[in-house]
Write a new protein. Structure first.
Ligand code: FE
Length: 326
C-alpha cells in the first residue's frame, strides 16, 4: 500500500517536472531548442511530433485528459485553427509581450509567433534580370508565360499568401492574379519549396515563390547555388510574412512550466537558435539574424496581423480551387 502510494507520488512529481510538447515542426529543427531549455531549467521535455492536422485532431480527441502542455506549429493559419477549436488557453506574460511584436501574436494571447518566415519571389540569376521583378501580382503577367514554378496550393503557406492578397487586393483582383499564375506555370506544381528552388536552378523555370529559409539552407550547402531572392511588393503592401509559433494547450496540467518554456523560446538565447539553426528570422526584433539572411538586406514586411491569414484561409482555398491552382 505504502509502496503503491510512494510510486504514485513519484510519478506525479516526475510529471510536474516534465513538459509535454506537441509539435508539427521538424524534430531536427526543434531539438536544439528543447535541449537548451532542459539544460537551463532541468525540465525534461516529452516531444510528440506529427502533422498539423493530426495534432489538432489528437488534441481535440484527448480533451481534458490530454497530456499536452504546449502546441508548436508553423503558420498562423494553423495556429488560428487551434484557437477556433478551443485547443489553446490565453497566456498573460509581460516577457512575451515585450519580446514579440503585436502583429506576430494572437490579439487575445492564445499563441505567440516565435520565428518569422518570409515568402517572397525567387529567380534564376542566370536567366532573369532582377529589374524585371516587382510584385506577386506581376507574376501573373503574360511575360512570364511558361516560366513560373509554384508549390501546391494544398500547402498552408500558399493558402496564407493568397489570404493576405485577398485582404489587400480584394477577392476579384486576387482571383485574376491566381488565374494568371496558373496560366504561366512552366510545369506541374511542386510538393515542396526545395524542389521548386532546384527546378529554377536547373532551368526548368525562371521564377517562383518560396520561403527564404529553404533558399538559405541550399546556399549554406552551396554558396554558388544560382537562385536569387527578390523582396516582393516593396513599393506597395510588403513581403508576405508568417510565423512559426507556440501556445499553451487548453488542458495543460503545468501552465506555469508551459509559460516558462514559451518565455524561453522568445529569449535572446532561443531566438538565436531559430536564426542560426533554422535560418528563420527571429521574431524578437532585438536579436540579430544569421549572416546569409542578413546578406539579403532589410525588407518591408506586410504588417497585417498574421491571424488574418487564418480567418481567410477557407476562402483562399476556394478561390485557388476556382482558379484551377492545384
Ligand atoms: Fe517550411
Amino acid at each position: 500500500m505504502l509502496a503503491a502510494l510512494f510510486s504514485l507520488a513519484l510519478s506525479a512529481e516526475a510529471q510536474a517536472d516534465t513538459l509535454t510538447v506537441y509539435s508539427a515542426r521538424n524534430e531536427q529543427l526543434l531539438k536544439p531548442l528543447l535541449d537548451q531549455f532542459t539544460k537551463n531549467s532541468g525540465t525534461q521535455v516529452q516531444l510528440l511530433t506529427a502533422s498539423e492536422a493530426a495534432l489538432l485532431a489528437r488534441l481535440s480527441a484527448e480533451g481534458a485528459s490530454s497530456p499536452a502542455d504546449v502546441l508548436i506549429t508553423v503558420d498562423a493559419g494553423n495556429l488560428w485553427q487551434a484557437v477556433q477549436k478551443n485547443l489553446l488557453q490565453p497566456l498573460a506574460s509581460g516577457v512575451l509581450e515585450k519580446n514579440i511584436p503585436a502583429h506576430l501574436r494572437d490579439p487575445a494571447n492564445h499563441w505567440f509567433g516565435m520565428s518569422v518566415r518570409a515568402r517572397t519571389i525567387v529567380y534564376s540569376k542566370a536567366r532573369v534580370p532582377a529589374g524585371m521583378l516587382s510584385t506577386y501580382e506581376d507574376l501573373a503577367d503574360p511575360k512570364w508565360r511558361g516560366k513560373l514554378c509554384l508549390r501546391t496550393s494544398k500547402k498552408v503557406y500558399n493558402q496564407s499568401l493568397v489570404a493576405m492578397m485577398m485582404q489587400d487586393l480584394g477577392e476579384a483582383k486576387t482571383e485574376a492574379v491566381v488565374k494568371g499564375w496558373v496560366a504561366n506555370l512552366a510545369t506541374d506544381v511542386f510538393s515542396d519549396d526545395t524542389a521548386l528552388l532546384k527546378a529554377i536552378a536547373a532551368g526548368q523555370c525562371q521564377v517562383g515563390i518560396a520561403n527564404t529559409y529553404y533558399l538559405a539552407r541550399l546556399l549554406q550547402a552551396d554558396a554558388a547555388f544560382p537562385v536569387g531572392l527578390f523582396w516582393a511588393n516593396q513599393a506597395t503592401t510588403g513581403v508576405h510574412v508568417n510565423v512559426s509559433g507556440a501556445g499553451v494547450a487548453r488542458h495543460s496540467k503545468n501552465p506555469a512550466l508551459a509559460r516558462k518554456f514559451l518565455e524561453f523560446l522568445s529569449s535572446d538565447e532561443a531566438q538565436k537558435i531559430y536564426s542560426d539553426k533554422d535560418l528563420e528570422f527571429p521574431a524578437n526584433p532585438a536579436v540579430a539574424a544569421d549572416s546569409i539572411i542578413k546578406s539579403w538586406g532589410s525588407f518591408k514586411p506586410n504588417v497585417i496581423n498574421v491571424s488574418k491569414a487564418g480567418e481567410l484561409q477557407a476562402a483562399a482555398t476556394r478561390l485557388m480551387d476556382r482558379a484551377g491552382y492545384r
